[in-house]
Design a protein around this ligand. Structure first.
Ligand code: C2E
Ligand code: MG
Ligand code: MG
Ligand code: MG
Length: 281
């Protein structure tokens, strides 16, 4: 019986593998079609200045308008795009689209664009950034690129050169999802990030209990002593907001203020004059 069980377990395993390979292949083909048929869209989520309540910048977040499945989350397709190299043309589209959109915002705040490590290792990255800025007419200091710790981890010569090149263009660099990888103080010192985005998981667990606040306090202190702007992601409750404000975080992003919304909707929010999002959200 053990043998038969083993065989059927293997067969199920094999079927699952085949199903997964097929699913990946379907996503890859779908992504090619999406590029050709203009099925990508950027949503924008505001980052709020916790001192003034105003929109300080907006993060561009990619969506795939799938013809039959509707909006598909980047979490479902970015890894396939990275494995197939399709992230390069997709990422270039994102960069151009975000710059073009931000150029026409009624308030001159910055736009943040997420970069995959694959894009980061592409030698023509700074050229693509220059092109996107020139085509759109967006001033370099209104563009911010978000990278995760994995980029700094395989920190070779190339990584430092790329960061130098990008910084000399006058754009801003942001370390995304801080705390989920293996960054250490020495990385933060070595790489000149302007902004530190504390990962949502730390905010999730945040309550008045002393030890959850202690971590936020330590990270804020460390980031600020290195001259960085501190952003907290995933702010969902008033209680979290109160703690984060008290701990001196600069900017907040999360469903409490606004979910990611369409280009048209974010323009309306900014155009209402005050720049106050919380009444609009
Ligand atoms: P991220 O860069 O850390 O973006 C923040 C994610 O947190 C977004 O998910 C956003 O919708 C979500 N979020 C914001 N506030 C809250 C909140 O209060 N609660 C909860 N539960 N979630 C919140 P999204 O849009 O699904 O994007 C997921 C990830 O996909 C992004 O994480 C980023 O790593 C990646 N991504 C998105 N757009 C792009 C892109 O254009 N290029 C690349 N390479 N990656 C992208
Ligand atoms: Mg991000
Ligand atoms: Mg993030
Ligand atoms: Mg995240």
């Amino acid at each position: 019986a053990a043998k038969a069980d083993g065989r059927s377990t293997y067969r199920i395993f094999q079927q699952e593998m085949e199903a997964e390979t097929q699913a990946r292949h379907a996503i890859e083909m779908g992504l090619r079609t999406a590029l050709a048929n203009d099925e990508f869209e950027l949503l924008y989520q505001p980052l709020i200045d916790l001192g003034t309540g105003r929109v300080a910048r907006c993060e561009a977040l990619l969506r795939w308008r799938h013809p039959t499945r509707g909006y598909v989350s980047p979490l479902e397709f970015i890894h396939v795009a990275e494995e197939t190299g399709l992230i390069l043309p997709i990422g270039d589209w994102v960069l151009n689209e975000a710059c073009r959109e931000a150029r026409n915002w009624p308030v001159e705040v910055g736009v943040a664009v997420n970069l995959s490590p694959v894009q980061f290792n592409n030698p023509s990255l700074s050229l693509q950034v220059v092109n996107a800025l020139q085509r759109s007419g967006l001033p370099a200091n209104r563009l911010e690129l978000e990278v995760t710790e994995s980029v700094t981890l395989d920190g070779n010569e190339h990584t430092l050169t790329t960061i130098d090149q990008l910084q000399s263009l006058g754009i801003h660099l942001s370390l995304d999802d801080f705390g989920t990888g293996y960054s250490s103080l020495s990385y933060l010192k070595k790489y000149p990030f302007d902004t530190l985005k504390i990962d949502r998981s730390f905010v999730n667990e945040l309550n008045a209990a002393a030890d959850s606040v202690a971590i936020i306090r330590a990270v804020v202190g460390m980031g600020k002593s290195l001259g960085m702007t501190i952003v907290v992601e995933g702010v969902e409750t008033e209680e979290q907001l109160a703690i984060l404000k008290a701990e001196g975080c600069d900017l907040g992003q999360g469903y409490l203020f606004s979910r990611p919304i369409s280009a048209g909707a974010i323009r309306t929010v900014m155009a209402d004059g005050s720049g106050m999002i919380r009444s609009a959200a």
